[in-house]
Design a protein around this ligand. Structure first.
Ligand SMILES: Nc1ncnc2c1ncn2[C@@H]1O[C@H](COP(=O)(O)OP(=O)(O)OP(=O)(O)O)[C@@H](O)[C@H]1O
Ligand SMILES: [Mg+2]
Length: 248
């Protein structure tokens, strides 16, 4: 089934370890299965996440996000040529550093390059999902993504640390109008703490804890299906959020 183009740029942001990469991967997989041409971008230059999605052989990992930013101008053909693919999801383009790569292999990303890249993604894909870094300062892709995304999901961890993190990072966004932009606040119960519900009562979306996800991470199979009964709560939260994010 091919769904109509929504051309949405979606960003996933939140405190360290709050489940950003997990959610970004699951959202992208969900949209591809819904018939959308989908991009998934891993914006963390310190930890290449591509190798954690599917085992070798299932994933084509010969194209690096770094090659895109090695060019001065980011044009559609360059972006298209540097997407990685995974078996079973032909309409999903993956962008990230490859196993063993590190930030200083490539020249620093400029603000203009980041903007051009995000514009091309929006033009070429029905939905583009950005897995942002928690830290904003010095992270050009994250900072640009937060400004340019049509929707930003803010994952709320279960600890006080999560609130403290948010307040400290906002300082880096003050120059831009992002300060008062709308965030989708989503509880992410990464550590199975009921405390989260008490802390954030007015949140419409919740991603429940499930050990099946923990196991997928351990195996490096984040694109695997969640089939166990215990994962139903997470999947319900994911689907509800996915629909809301692309609704007009
Ligand atoms: N709903 C969940 N239930 C159980 N475990 C989860 C859930 N969501 C995420 N996790 C686990 O939490 C850990 C952190 O998840 P993830 O790497 O997605 O977070 P992150 O915000 O991207 O972290 P980082 O800040 O390091 O990039 C992983 O081990 C993952 O298995
Ligand atoms: Mg991550």
């Amino acid at each position: 089934m091919k769904r109509s183009r929504s051309q949405k740029l979606l960003a996933v942001w939140g405190s360290p370890g709050s489940g950003k990469t997990t959610l970004a991967a699951k959202l992208a997989w969900h949209y591809e299965k819904e018939g959308f041409r989908t991009a998934l971008v891993f914006c963390d230059w310190s930890t290449p996440m591509l190798p954690c999605m599917r085992e070798e052989g299932e994933l084509s990992e010969q194209h690096s996000l770094g090659s895109i930013f090695a060019a001065r101008r980011i044009v559609p053909a360059l972006v298209e040529a540097n997407a990685c693919q995974v078996k079973g999801a032909e309409q999903l383009g993956l962008y990230g550093l490859l196993k063993g790569e590190y930030e200083t292999l490539y020249p620093p990303v400029s603000k203009r390059q980041a903007e051009e890249f995000l514009e091309v993604l929006k033009e070429q894909y029905d939905v583009a999902v950005l897995d942002l870094t928690s830290e904003v300062h010095g992270q050009v892709l994250t900072e640009t993504g937060l400004r340019k995304a049509d929707e930003v999901v803010r994952l709320l961890g279960c600890e006080l640390k999560s609130l403290s993190f948010y307040k400290s990072q906002l300082a880096y966004l003050h120059e831009e109008t992002i300060e008062d932009r709308y965030f989708y606040r989503v509880i992410s119960d990464v550590k199975d703490q009921m405390l989260a519900k008490a802390m954030y009562q007015k949140t419409a979306f919740q991603l429940q804890h499930t050990e099946e996800l923990v196991k997928q991470w351990e195996r490096g199979d984040l694109f695997g299906e969640l089939e166990e009964k215990q994962s139903r709560g997470y999947l319900e939260g994911l689907r509800a959020l996915a629909e809301e994010l692309i609704s007009e």
